[in-house]
Design a protein around this ligand. Structure first.
Ligand code: FAD
Length: 1003
C-alpha cells in the first residue's frame, strides 16, 4: 500500500479511537449478564462450548423438566456453575427456592434478553417501532427476516409471504418517515439519495433443495421467488440486497443476481453481498464489475469479510477440498481493503456498502474514497444491530451514513443468529474483542493488514509442519477428495462423461480367466433401470466349466502370489488406485446409467473404491512386517501372517465398484488369488475391476472375472473344496445360506472355509425431543432415500419422540413433497429408479404390507412410462412387531414409529435381528452418552446422516444378523483374510546368545 495513504488511514483510525475513548459495546459490558457470558467464554474454552451449545438448544426446551435437565447436563450442579449463571436463582431462592425451576427461569430470562440485543423485534410491529427509534438516533436500517432453515416449498412460501407483509407495512410507514439528513438533493430519501426501505434476503431460504449439483434448477427456483420480493420492493422504491451465504451456494447466488440485474436493468437498487475472506473474491469482484460495465447495468455491492469462517474451513478439511477462505485473519482484512478500493474505483457503475466493525477497515475505506474523490451518494457504512455501538456512533460522526443490519423474527431462528454473533465476537481474531475486551495497542490494531499478513505468513512458514507418518515410504492414507459441485468443471464433467459412455453402449464384456479373455455364448444384457429398453452391454456368463477354469488359474497363481513380498502386492493396488482416479468421471457415469446412482452417489462409490485400494495397500505393508513377540533373551519369536488360499468374492449391485473392489483388493493384497462374481445387473461395472487390475499388471490368475447366474454357478463356487475364503456382501438370506453351505467340508478340501459376510440392516434413527430439526429433517431424508434407500446402511426405521413428533413429521413430509423422482442422470431428481424389476416388485409388495400395518403418510408420484419406478414412501403408525419394522425392504420405504420417551426409543431401536447402523439426533449430552452405550449397532452416528461411511474414518460393518462382525475399511479387516503364524528360534548356541535391543536383560 502506498505509504502516504497508509499514514492517513492510521491517523484517521487514531482519531476514531480518540472520539470513542472510554466507551464499550454493550456486548463487553461486564456489568450485564451478557458481558459476563462473553467474559467467561473468552477465558474458558470449555465453558464457551457448553454455553453456546446451550443457547443453540435453548428454544427447544419448552417445559420445565427439559430446561432443568439440560441446565444440569450442560453446566453441572448449581454449586459447580460460574456464579453469574446461578446468582439470580440463589437470590430468588432466599425468598423460597423452587430449586431447578427458579434457576431455569433466571437463565431463560437472561438468554432471551441476550437475543433481544441482536434482534430488532419478534414481529413486524415491534420491528417497525424499533426501526423508528433508530431513525430518530440517525441510523438507517436494512431489515432481514430471520428464518429456520427452509425445508419445504411451504416454508419457502411462508418466508416470501413474511417479506411481502413486511414490505407492505414498511410501505405505509415510510410515508411518515422524514428522510435522514444528508447532502443529497431528494428530501424524501435518506441522505437525499437512498431508499428508506432496505431489505436483505437469504437466497437459500427461498428453495429448500438449493444444491450446486442441480445448478440450473436451484438458480431458477431461487430467482422466481426472489423476483416476487424484488417486484414488491420496486413498487415502494426500496432497496433489496441479496445476502451471501456459504461457499457451496456462492455461484448460484451470483447467477441469481446477474439474471435479476439484467431483467430489471433500469431499477438501480438491487445489491449483492461479496465476502472478502474468500480467496476467489478478487476474481469474482473483477468479473462482476466487468460484467456490469459490459452490460451497462448499475451494481451495488455490500462487501463483508464473511460470517462462516469456521464452517468453511471445517467443511473443506473434512472433504479434502482446498480451503476457500483466507486462513490468516489479516489476509481477509487486506483483501477487504484491496477489494473496497476496486469497487470505489468503479463507483460510476457500482454503489458500495462497507460492512465492517473494524476501525482500521472503516478508516481505510474513508481515506480511499476521499483520495479517489468518490461522491457520498456512492458509498455508505453498515454494521450489525446490537454490536459495536461506539463504532456506529463514531462513523455517524465522521461519515453520517450508517445503516444497521436489523434481523427480526422468532426466537428459534434468532438463537442460531445469536450463536453466530457470540462466536464472532469471542473469536481471538475479532477486532471488537481485541479493541474493547483486551485493550490491544492501537498501533497494532491499525497496522496495514498487508504487512501483518506477510509477517504472519513468514512465521507460519517457519514453523515445522505437523506430519503424519506413512508406512513403507508412502505418504499417509488420505480419503479421496469428494466431488465438489461448486466447481463448474465438476458440474460439467458429468453430462460430458455420461454422453461419452453412451457412445460406447452395446459391447460384449468377456470373462477374464488366467489373464485370458473368454467370450461365452451365454450372455445377459445389462440395462439402464430408468429406461430398461436402453441396453448398455452384454455380459458373458460363466458356467461350471469356466468356474473350474478360474479356480484352476487361481490355484496355479497362488504359490507365487503368496510368496510375493507384501510391498510388491501393495504396489499393484496403488497402481490400480491411480488408474481408477484417472477414470473417475467415466466410472461414475457408468454407475449413473447402470444402477441409477445420482451424480454425487456415483462419484462417492468410485472414490470409496480408490480409498480401499490405497488403504489396504498401506495396511498390508504394516501387517507384512513380522512382529517380535516376547522379550526373553536367547529366543526370537516372530508373529506374522500368510494368506488363506483361494478367495471367492461375491459382490452386490448397490456399491458395485466400492464393495467389489474393497473385498477383492483385500483378498489380493493379503496374497489370496480371487475368483470374482459381480452382481448380474452391474456386469459392466464388475468388468471394470478386470480392466483396472489388468492395466495395473496383476499377474495372470490372481484376479479372475467370472460373472454368472447364481442358480448355475453360485453354490458351485461356494461349495468348491479349493475355495478357502468367501467374502460376501448382500442380503441376510443369501449370506446365511453361504455360511451354512460353507460349513460343510467336501472331499479333498484342505481348509475350514472362512466367511466374511456383510448382510442386511434395519437401521433406525431416533429423533429426540431436543433435536435440531433444521438438521435432522434433511439428514433423515437423505439417509432414507439417497440412492433410493438401496444401501444396507440406509435409515429404514424412524423413531420420533412423542414431544416432537407432529412438528418433525410435518417438516419431513413437506420436504419429501418438494423432491422429485426421475432418471438419476438429471440432477434435479432426488431419487431415481430402483435396481431392477425384481427389486421393484418386492418393494411394492412391502409398501402394500406397510399400508395395511400402518398408515401411508406420503407416497410420491413416479414418472410415467418405462423404468423401475417405486414411489418415495413414508408409512406412519408402525409398531416394533410389524413386518415393516423387522424385515429389510432395501428400497425407498421409511417406517415411522412414535415413541413415548427416549428409553422406549432405544428399546425399539434395538428390537430387530440386525445391528448395522443407527443414528440419533439429540442435543442432550446424557442421551448421547446413553446411545453410545446402549444403542447396539456396528456404526452409530450422532447428529448426521447414517450412511456414507468413509474408509479409515468410519470402518464399516455390523454384527448379529447384519454380518459377522468385520469392519471394512478398518484396521482389523485384512486379518480376516490371513492366518497368523509364529516363528520361534532358540538363538543361544554354546551358551552364547546375541542381544536384541528390546530384550529383557540383566541390568
Ligand atoms: C451489514 C452487514 C451485513 C452482513 N451480511 C453478511 C452476509 O450476507 N454474508 C456474510 O457472510 N456475512 C455477512 N455479514 C457478517 C460479516 O461477515 C461479519 O460481521 C464480519 O466478517 C465481521 O468483520 P469485521 O470487519 O466487523 O470484524 P473483524 O474482527 O475485523 O473480522 C472478523 C472476520 O475476519 C474473518 N476471519 C476471522 N478469522 C480469520 C482467519 N483466521 N483467517 C482469515 N479470515 C478470518 C472472518 O470473516 C471474521 O468474520 C454482514 C455484516 C454486516 C455488518
Amino acid at each position: 500500500m502506498e505509504q502516504q495513504l497508509n499514514s492517513r488511514i492510521i491517523s484517521r483510525g487514531k482519531e476514531f479511537f480518540g472520539s470513542i475513548s472510554g466507551e464499550k459495546p454493550s456486548l463487553f459490558n461486564k456489568g450485564a449478564w451478557m458481558g459476563k457470558v462473553m467474559d467467561w467464554s473468552m477465558q474458558n474454552e470449555q465453558f464457551k462450548i457448553q454455553m453456546f451449545r446451550f443457547v443453540d438448544v435453548f428454544p427447544t426446551l419448552t417445559n420445565g423438566r427439559l430446561l432443568t435437565d439440560h441446565i444440569r447436563e450442560y453446566f453441572g450442579e448449581e454449586k459447580d456453575m460460574p456464579p453469574f449463571l446461578s446468582t439470580g436463582a440463589r437470590v430468588a431462592g432466599m425468598f423460597g427456592s423452587l430449586g431447578g425451576a427458579v434457576l431455569g427461569k433466571a437463565i431463560s430470562a437472561n438468554i432471551q434478553e441476550m437475543a433481544r440485543q441482536f434482534i430488532v423485534g419478534e414481529n413486524t410491529r415491534e420491528a417497525v417501532k424499533n426501526l423508528e427509534k433508530l431513525r430518530r438516533e440517525g441510523f438507517a436500517a436494512v431489515v432481514d427476516v430471520l428464518g429456520e432453515a427452509t425445508l419445504s416449498e411451504k416454508e419457502a412460501e411462508e418466508y416470501v409471504a413474511t417479506y411481502l407483509e413486511l414490505l407492505e407495512s414498511l410501505q405505509k410507514e415510510q410515508e411518515k418517515w422524514d428522510g435522514l439528513a444528508g447532502k443529497g438533493g431528494d428530501r424524501r430519501l435518506d441522505w437525499g439519495h437512498a431508499p428508506k426501505v432496505n431489505i436483505a434476503v437469504k437466497p437459500t431460504a427461498l428453495f429448500c433443495l438449493a444444491n450446486p449439483q442441480d445448478f440450473e434448477g436451484s438458480v431458477a427456483a431461487i430467482m422466481a421467488r426472489m423476483e416476487r420480493i424484488l417486484l414488491k420492493t420496486m413498487e415502494l422504491g426500496g432497496f433489496l440486497c441479496i445476502d451471501m451465504e456459504s461457499y457451496r451456494h456462492k455461484e448460484i447466488i451470483l447467477e441469481v443476481y446477474r439474471r435479476l440485474r439484467l431483467k430489471h436493468r433500469d431499477y438501480p437498487h438491487l445489491g449483492i453481498v461479496l465476502q472478502a475472506y474468500l480467496k476467489d473474491n478478487d476474481k469474482d469482484l473483477a468479473e462482476l464489475l466487468a460484467w456490469g460495465r459490459k452490460n451497462g447495468v448499475q451494481l451495488s455491492v455490500r462487501l463483508v469479510k464473511g460470517a462462516y469462517w469456521d464452517y468453511e474451513t471445517v467443511k473443506a478439511m473434512q472433504n479434502d477440498w482446498e480451503i476457500p477462505v483466507w486462513t490468516i485473519k489479516a489476509e481477509s482484512d487486506a483483501a477487504f481493503e484491496r477489494q473496497a478500493r476496486m469497487i470505489l474505483e468503479n463507483h460510476d457503475i457500482c454503489h458500495f456498502a462497507c460492512a465492517s466493525h473494524n476501525i482500521r477497515t472503516i478508516s481505510s475505506v474513508l481515506e480511499t474514497a476521499r483520495e479517489l474523490g468518490v461522491p457520498e451518494d456512492r458509498y455508505e457504512f453498515q454494521v450489525l444491530y446490537g454490536m459495536a455501538e461506539p463504532v456506529r456512533k463514531g462513523i455517524l460522526k465522521v461519515a453520517g451514513r450508517v445503516r444497521l443490519y436489523c434481523p427480526y423474527g422468532d426466537m428459534v431462528p434468532g438463537m442460531g443468529y445469536l450463536v453466530r454473533r457470540l462466536l464472532e465476537n469471542t473469536a481471538n481474531e475479532s477486532f471488537l474483542r481485541q479493541s474493547f475486551a483486551e485493550d490491544a495497542q492501537v498501533e497494532r490494531l491499525l497496522e496495514d493488514p498487508q504487512m501483518t499478513a506477510e509477517r504472519e505468513r513468514s512465521t507460519r512458514d517457519g514453523k515445522p509442519k505437523r506430519e503424519r507418518p506413512g508406512v513403507g515410504g508412502l505418504p499417509p492414507f488420505e480419503n479421496m477428495t469428494m466431488v465438489d459441485f461448486t466447481r463448474a468443471d465438476h458440474r460439467a464433467a458429468f453430462p460430458k462423461a455420461i454422453a461419452e459412455v453412451r457412445g460406447r453402449l452395446g459391447r460384449t464384456y468377456p470373462l477374464h480367466i488366467g489373464g485370458t479373455e473368454i467370450i461365452t455364448k451365454d450372455v445377459i444384457p445389462t440395462v439402464n433401470p430408468a429406461k430398461p429398453s436402453e441396453v448398455l452391454g452384454q455380459i458373458c456368463q460363466a458356467g461350471i466349466s469356466e468356474v473350474e477354469q478360474a479356480i484352476a488359474a487361481a490355484k496355479a497363481a497362488f504359490p507365487a502370489w503368496r510368496d510375493t513380498a507384501p510391498e510388491k502386492r501393495a504396489e499393484y493396488l496403488m497402481k490400480a488406485a491411480e488408474i481408477a482416479r484417472r477414470r473417475i468421471f467415466e466410472l461414475s457415469a457408468w454407475q449413473v446409467l447402470e444402477i441409477g446412482k445420482q451424480w454425487d452417489q456415483a462419484y462417492a462409490d468410485v472414490a470409496e473404491a480408490i480409498d480401499f485400494l490405497e488403504y489396504y495397500a498401506r495396511e498390508m505393508i504394516r501387517y507384512g512386517k513380522p512382529q517380535r513377540v516376547g522379550h526373553a533373551p536367547g529366543e526370537l519369536n516372530h508373529y506374522f501372517y500368510e494368506p488363506k488360499g483361494l478367495a471367492a468374492i461375491i459382490a452386490p449391485w448397490n456399491f458395485p465398484l466400492a464393495i467389489s473392489m474393497g473385498m477383492a483388493s483385500a483378498a489380493i493384497v493379503t496374497g489370496n488369488p480371487v475368483v470374482f462374481k459381480p452382481s448380474a445387473i452391474t456386469g459392466i461395472i464388475g468388468h471394470q475391476l478386470a480392466e483396472i487390475f489388468g492395466e495395473a499388471g496383476l499377474p495372470a490368475g490372481v484376479f479372475n472375472f467370472t460373472p454368472g447366474r447364481g442358480s448355475v454357478m453360485g453354490d458351485y463356487l461356494v461349495d468348491h473344496p479349493d475355495i478357502s475364503l468367501i467374502a460376501f456382501t448382500g442380503s441376510m438370506e443369501v449370506g446365511l445360506r453361504i455360511v451354512e453351505r460353507a460349513a460343510r467340508v467336501h472331499q479333498g478340501q484342505p481348509n475350514v472355509k472362512k466367511i466374511i459376510a456383510e448382510m442386511g440392516g434395519k437401521n433406525a434413527v431416533i429423533i429426540d425431543d431436543d433435536a435440531d430439526l433444521d438438521e435432522a429433517v434433511p439428514h433423515v431424508l437423505y439417509s432414507a432415500f439417497g440412492f433410493q434407500g438401496q444401501k444396507c446402511s440406509a435409515c429404514s426405521r424412524l423413531i420420533v419422540l412423542d414431544a416432537v413428533y407432529d412438528r418433525f413429521m410435518e417438516r419431513l413430509l413437506a420436504m419429501a413433497r418438494a423432491t422429485t423422482v426421475g432418471p438419476a442422470e438429471d440432477p434435479a431428481h432426488y431419487m431415481g429408479a430402483v435396481a431392477d424389476d425384481k427389486a421393484m416388485k418386492s418393494i411394492l409388495e412391502y409398501i402394500e404390507i406397510g399400508s395395511k400395518e400402518g398408515k401411508v403418510l406420503y407416497m410420491s408420484p413416479t414418472p410415467e412410462g418405462e423404468g423401475y419406478w417405486v414411489p418415495m414412501t413414508i408409512i406412519g403408525d408402525i409398531r416394533p412387531e410389524h413386518r415393516l419394522a423387522q424385515e429389510e425392504v432395501f428400497g425407498p420405504v421409511l417406517a415411522v414409529m412414535r415413541a413415548k420417551d427416549f428409553d422406549q426409543a432405544i428399546e425399539w431401536a434395538n428390537s430387530t435381528r440386525f445391528a448395522l447402523t443407527g443414528g440419533i439426533f439429540s442435543r442432550s449430552p446424557e442421551h448421547i452418552a446413553r446411545a453410545r452405550r446402549d444403542f447396539r449397532v456396528g456404526n452409530l452416528y450422532i447428529n448426521r446422516n447414517n450412511t456414507g461411511a468413509l474408509v479409515e474414518r468410519q470402518p464399516f460393518g455390523g454384527a448379529r444378523m447384519s454380518g459377522v462382525g468385520t469392519k471394512a475399511g478398518g484396521p482389523d479387516y485384512l486379518l480376516h483374510f490371513m492366518d497368523p503364524r509364529v516363528f520361534t528360534e532358540n538363538t543361544m548356541r554354546r551358551g552364547f546368545a546375541p542381544v536384541e535391543a528390546d530384550d529383557d536383560w540383566v541390568i
